[in-house]
Design a protein around this ligand. Sequence first.
Ligand SMILES: *[C@@H]1O[C@H](CO)[C@@H](O)[C@H](O)[C@H]1NC(C)=O
Ligand SMILES: *[C@@H]1O[C@H](CO)[C@@H](O)[C@H](O)[C@H]1NC(C)=O
Length: 618
Amino acid sequence: MLVYQSVLVLSVVQVVMCRADVSLWPRPLPSWTPVAGRVLREALTGPLSGHQVMLMVDDGVQRSLSLDLLLTGLTSPTVLLHTTMLSTDKGFTTQQASLTQSVLVAVVGTGSPWLLWSPPGWLSPRVVLVLVAAQTCSARKHFQSPLLQNTPSVALLCLNHKPQTPEYSTYSVMTHFPLSANPEPLSLGTWHLDTFTTLEDLFPDQFQDFGDTALSATLILDDKPAVFQRDDGEVDGLSVRILAAMAYWLNFTDSHNIVSDICFLVAATWGNRLENGSYDGMLGVVQRKESHMVINNYAITYQRVKDFDCSVSYFLEGYGMILKDPPPLPHWQSIFYPFTGIVWAAVGGIVILVTLAYYFVNIRGLRLSMILSFLDVLKSLLSQSVSQEPLVWVSRGLLGLWLLATWVLRVSYTSNLMAFLTVPALQAPLDTLEQLAESDLRLCMLDYGDFVPEALATSTNPILARLGAKLDLVPIIATLPHEGMEGCVELVMAGTHAHLEAYSYVRSLFHDLGHSGKVYPLKEQLYPGNQAFYFTKHTPWKYKFDIGMQRLVDSGLIWHWYSDIMQEASHSNKDKSRLPVLSLSHLQGSFLLLAVGGWLATIALLGERLLQPNTTSP
Ligand SMILES: *[C@@H]1O[C@H](CO)[C@@H](O)[C@H](O)[C@H]1NC(C)=O
Ligand SMILES: *[C@@H]1O[C@H](CO)[C@@H](O)[C@H](O)[C@H]1NC(C)=O
């Protein structure tokens, strides 16, 4: 609302200025100028009504055309821009944002109006309507001007001058399809309010068909999942598939301008902004118009959006951390895992209690010794039958209850044991950044000038600051296939570090190096950012990419492709190691127990024989 009001105020001031200007300047009016005024008024009240309009009148026109006449009866809110405002960029910053999205109506005369040929850099209207207020109209030339070349929707109103009866002169509406097979100006018909009632009538989509134009995308290959090279040599990836879909839809051929820099990971290759506002690296290639776009894993940032045309975001991705799986617990201990320590202690306690109880209830009838009572109680726990059936009903009841209790204990123990043998027993993995900050693990990252190390080190968030203090940087080694990422991978596999890198990239990196079954990503991500394509500033057909990419996102194709690409990365290794095969080694504990029991029994037998060699058992 505030912006709108200020624009209105601005318009009033400017109209006053211009009127003062004009009234000082009496001049003869060619008799077709009322027609121009009428067409302008009709355009503003017809197809352009309801849109915010910037009106610019070229200097050359003001000499031949009465601004008073042109502006009489204009009702829609209109910003009138004066050349003095345009030539100095001062005082324009606040309005810029609202002006860039609006409709620009330019009234120009003959020659090469500077507005079309050297427009100020901040001016990037969505729609431009040019009214040629002169007898001759060189449509082809006007369409070649930078402003019209850079604007998505343009139309030209050209005078069909009738020298004998100038008051019956008409205007025809011209447009062009710059990328189609026939880029010549095309007439849409004679201007009439009934024919051109909406913006779409006046501005048909000029980029329906790119006419098989070649568009080039600058990219580097080792950037899974955005761009990568498959084993068969084909370039594939999320961005590459998006580009192919757009090429199919818009009818252009996409060529890849693959940057094979010695050391692509250096941030300079991705594109840094230099002091003077120019970029190096891949963004520099696009800025110098040597390529149409970059499609690698670029996040949307404020500065880049100001310096480039940015597509809608197609993916959200942050920095992830890869950690080594905690080591599995040793196999021989597996006989203890089914119960926790407390349960084991409780079982022990109960055995003693039941032994005592059994001894005391049998003290009259069976006269079992304490040790025999204990053995009877223990036997049922180990699925052995009781040697002597008690006669007293109290003792029978007690034994029955105990048999039931041991049956429950045995079943739960066996089930738990089976579960532990089939699902590898692991220590609990980490989930959050906070847990990682509190753990003994350090962080590792390749030292390629990324913003993350500094951002962590200077963070005011205590968790991030603690992570920053634990971050170790490994150097770039250009001769290695992954430029030194291998250093961090080694540290992760040694169990001392977590590897910090773009989430999907680092996951596929560990897969490529054959470690995918042994590591896991932290659930929480760091600095999530929206990924997008960047185009040269003022790319007129960028909006077609926005529409198409948004459709790919909304229809779920992007996500489908992503999981397709990442599945390839996660399937092969992970599944083999995740489906354990039960082997003898899983039963180490049981065999150990058997061996120990066997030895004890043998020793007991030998002891008995040696101590009482003459005793014969019945
Ligand atoms: C793509 O453009 C070329 C050149 O204008 C044209 O010949 C071809 O028919 C177009 N293809 C489609 C599918 O429209
Ligand atoms: C900006 O500086 C770089 C080197 O510092 C130079 O190569 C480039 O041409 C400069 N760009 C402009 C627009 O001055």
